[in-house]
Design a binder for this molecule. Structure first.
Ligand code: MG
Ligand code: ZN
Length: 228
């Protein structure tokens, strides 16, 4: 019983900071997106394609979570207005306090999109609200077609789901029908975008979705509605 109470209070403290993060980012009219997936699903590769395309119209910043190294930040630093690496040490997910610290180093009013690349992990990132506006979950073809059913919490919360590395569909045995079937039971709201950062398939659909989300969010802020 005690153990459960401790976990709950950690999450409550996290959620309070997340609400502050969200208010801060909404006030600056930026759209923040929490990218979550297993390690190696292609979050950084996706950002390498996404950031240069968005840069024509939008100012983008990235917070990158990893246990160790600045490798992902180095891959992205030329492509965005600001890139901050958050090293979590042993922590296998980002929490709202780490994001709050990352936000302090950014000029939020000058940013249109903030991408938060979470630590590669399909379990606990789902429990930690960072204050993001939208959650995007990546699932890569090499991981197998059974993951939606095995990690339902992550997929339940997603606003969009990206099936990545679809260039490997002809190489690996993979049943997209199984993914769609599992999703039909747990999340019918989020679009499933089939995408390959290698071939470029689906990138335009993803960019269109991002543009729509940005416009949809910018409008209520402009007329003064609370969007929390
Ligand atoms: Mg990465
Ligand atoms: Zn964790």
């Amino acid at each position: 019983m005690k153990k459960i109470n401790v976990v709950e209070s950690v999450l409550q403290a996290n959620d309070a900071i997340a609400r502050d993060n969200r208010a801060l980012m909404s006030g600056a009219s930026l759209l923040s997106i929490n990218l979550m997936s297993a390690p190696g699903s292609g979050k950084t590769a996706l950002l390498e394609k996404t950031l240069p395309a968005l840069a024509r119209e939008y100012a983008c910043a990235v917070l990158v979570g990893d246990l160790q190294t600045t490798r992902d930040a180095e891959r992205l630093e030329e492509l965005a207005t600001a890139v901050t690496q958050i090293n979590t040490g042993r922590g296998c997910h980002l929490d709202a306090a780490q994001v709050a610290e990352g936000l302090r180093g950014l000029k939020l009013d000058d940013i249109d999109f903030l991408f938060i690349e979470n630590v590669g992990n399909m379990v606990c990132p789902a429990a930690f609200d960072l204050g993001e506006h939208l959650r995007v979950v990546l699932l890569s073809v090499p991981e197998g077609d059974d993951k939606v059913g095995k990690y339902p919490t992550l997929f339940q919360l997603a606003d969009a789901i990206l099936l990545t590395k679809v260039d490997l569909l002809g190489v690996l045995e993979y049943d997209i029908g199984r993914v769609r079937d599992d999703l039909s039971r747990i999340n019918t709201r989020a679009p499933l975008i089939e995408l390959s950062s290698t071939s470029g398939q689906g990138i335009n659909q993803w960019l269109t979705w991002l543009g729509e989300q940005h416009r949809a969010r910018a409008t209520p802020v402009a007329i003064g509605l609370k969007d929390d």
